[in-house]
Design a protein around this ligand. Sequence first.
Ligand code: LAC
Ligand code: ZN
Length: 462
Amino acid sequence: MGKVDTALVRGLKAIVGERRCLTAYEDLRCYSYDMYARGLPDIVVLPENTGEICRILALAYAEEIPVIPRGAGSSLTGGPVPVRGGIALSLTRMNRILEISSLDRLARVEPGVVTGEFQKAVLRQGLFYPPNPTSAAFCTIGGNVATNAGGASGVKYGVTRDYLLGLKTVLSDGRVLETGGRCLKRVTGYDFTQLLCGSEGLLGVITEITLRLIPPPEAVRTILAHYPSVERAGQAVSDILHAGLIPATLELMDGRFLRAVKRVYGLDYPAGSEASLLIEIDGPEAVLSGQQVQIEAICKTFGALEVRSAQTEAERETLWQARRGGTAALARQSKFLLSLDYAVPISAIPKAVAGIQEMANRRNLDIVVIGHAGDGNLHPMFIYDPDDPEQARRYRDAEDELCDLMLSLHGTLSGEHGIGMEKARYLQREISQVELDLSAGLKRFFDPKSILNPGKCEPVSP
Ligand code: LAC
Ligand code: ZN
């Protein structure tokens, strides 16, 4: 690997100008972290268009300097953290919505567009972008594509990948790769668009994204059900899904999470509530009432302490605020919060949830469970002090055990957050040697000098 020396800094300044190259320590710190880890870059560069990124990468390629693409830094795995120095390539200034086409039902955006702002912009045009990561208020579409982000609407609407039509990507040597485009169907050639989705900045820098849009649902109903145990809530989830209903949202929150939320958001819930389900159905008004009655009945079958629906938009917003803001509320009260994101087949949800709780009790650990239960994507959240070696070891052992449990249930290590640094050491447990070999070959092919986001998603021997 080369070094970021004065000649390289001069070269980068010649491309983007003095003001969009940052080298002061306090600036570097601002681009050094995500929700999981820290690592200082040597320089931060803020390009404004694809042409600049081509020139930055051509220079980095020639000098063999690491380049770490970065959106809002809301990742939970260390994905955008510069662990080997180099250039932090901040894409936040590339935040234009280039086009929203009602006729073709698609949008073209730059990677730095904030997901929640994009959702609102398309709604104003009478269209709907369903992927809904919990971090929508601050995460970026580029980061969503890099991790194939999911969120609360996955159960009915799928994830980022399902709306991705095309990409413009700058390769490690500065060449531009344009893949996919405006067609809803396309089978010409290999599907590089889908390969790049979820590639976590290891194969190229995404600079333009074409996304499919759909018409918005006519109406939405929101239901909140409280339970005396997580198991019962898990059983209700299974029953709702087995009844053939597909809610737009089916979120699970455990008692610990509810209590944190209550303190911060003043959310009211019945005494003895150890789990709640936040359920939304959407579609034509005419079918929602019947579905709501059916869901409420199922919720009650499993001994719900209370089932209530949001009567007003304000009530709905409160329920969502609690779900969206709860993790941050917990994180503020803790030294460190590790949010995992296993996914299991939906039939295994009750077993997975019970397994997490049993393990937390047996090992006497502080673990909160929330999740997008409708699609089997669970977030056990470990709350501990990572600077205490004894605690760090105990939680690491617990993660080890959970990883094996989820895989034994035919689950996956990551449903939506990605691998980054956090899960690299477990890759070999889920992915076969054949697939790992092909992945290493792909990486060499796209990035022969290994300058793109080095130190991530690299399998580590057990
Ligand atoms: C959530 C994040 C942790 O769903 O994925 O809150
Ligand atoms: Zn999530």
